[in-house]
Design a binder for this molecule. Sequence first.
Ligand SMILES: NC(=O)c1ccc[n+]([C@@H]2O[C@H](COP(=O)([O-])OP(=O)(O)OC[C@H]3O[C@@H](n4cnc5c(N)ncnc54)[C@H](O)[C@@H]3O)[C@@H](O)[C@H]2O)c1
Ligand SMILES: [Fe+2]
Length: 400
Amino acid sequence: MIKLYARSYQRVLRILSPAMPWRVPDLLEGEDSVLDLPTKLTEKGVKNVLIVTDAGITKIGLMEPLLQKLNEAGILYTIYDKTVPNPTIENVEEAREVYEIKGCEGIIAFGGGSPIDCAKAIAARISRPNKSVTQLKGVLKVRKKIPPLYAVPTTSGTGSEGTLAAVISNKKTQEKFAINDHSLIPHVAVLDPLLTIGLPKHITSMTGMDALTHAVEAYIGKSTTAETRSYCTKAVKLIFENLYEAYENGSNVEARKQMQQASYFAGLAFTRSYVGYVHSIAHTLSGFYDVPHGLANAVIMPHVLRYYGEAVQHSLAELADVVGIGKGESLQRKANLFIEAIEEMNAKLDIPNKIEGILDQDFPKMIKHAQAETIPLYPVPKLLKNDELFYLYQAIQGTP
Ligand SMILES: NC(=O)c1ccc[n+]([C@@H]2O[C@H](COP(=O)([O-])OP(=O)(O)OC[C@H]3O[C@@H](n4cnc5c(N)ncnc54)[C@H](O)[C@@H]3O)[C@@H](O)[C@H]2O)c1
Ligand SMILES: [Fe+2]
């Protein structure tokens, strides 16, 4: 019954999708392209802007060149830098108040997925002042133009600069949920690889694996299109070729650039073709224990892919071809080799194969949250029952 409901819901979304108001951000690309951002604001008549970022970014002074350019262009700005990883409803409300008090006319999101998602949720709240953040949860609850939104990613992972999602945490219920609406796709995205040069090794690895998870989950799902499949395969190839190099040799601009592209492509893929159980389980681990999003995905992905079994054999074998492994082998063997290649990548990036500290007593609630996120929205290759998720949580926890 649930299966029929979920699959019918996904079918309707698939049919409606081409008629949805999809757009892609205007791109500023290349080294130092962030310095061209003030011109974009001026073109739009934005003279007073809220910059949403986090304390880590302000501390290292990564925004300084942009701030100088904003000053030169005569654009006023106010910085909100209290965004936490896994941004909260409190972050959104606090920053929204600053936006209103200062009379801002647009938002620059500067940072990783956390500041970008926080900025998207602020924008949603501004266009829907009578709805709370929790009331905006779900699909197509905003449906109104948002203020001009400029996304400047400084990690290469979430792809949030090109997606319709804002993922927000409710600290009271430990729930991490998404606001999904086409109006939240940023108007402009800046892909400046130099902003990612100083990304510490562990953040490079975790965020890079988040991008890989987007590409793989979108590819194996049941709502792909020729376009999203092409974004997925491009992203997977780029990540296999560049993530380890970006991790080992952070100042390699070319590797950083390719990872930034890969993350953007993977974002474009999953925003139309969705993610799956890896993400819904990952969101529960971030909601309950603040596990970084990319780390959770990296650990969970091989477990879930292996569990899907035959349902993903064909698509994983295709991805194995994309990265050139298992030539001439059977589909099953290729799929297994692809999963093993992900595990090898994790090992090379010093990512563990389990997450410490998951409490058995939290299983029932986490399973409920993960199922609620997945069903009916995500076109997963296989719908899993609660006891199957129970098994997966145990595997992720490292219980033999
Ligand atoms: N909206 C979407 O489509 C989407 C997709 C995937 C993930 N997400 C969400 O994004 C969030 C995770 O984002 P993230 O993985 O990019 O991490 P993040 O934004 O939480 O940043 C992690 C850390 O990296 C630091 N950092 C960022 N850029 C840096 C740089 N260039 N140099 C040095 N330090 C830097 C930050 O200060 C922070 O401490 C999660 O909440 C996740 O759920 C959203
Ligand atoms: Fe993600």
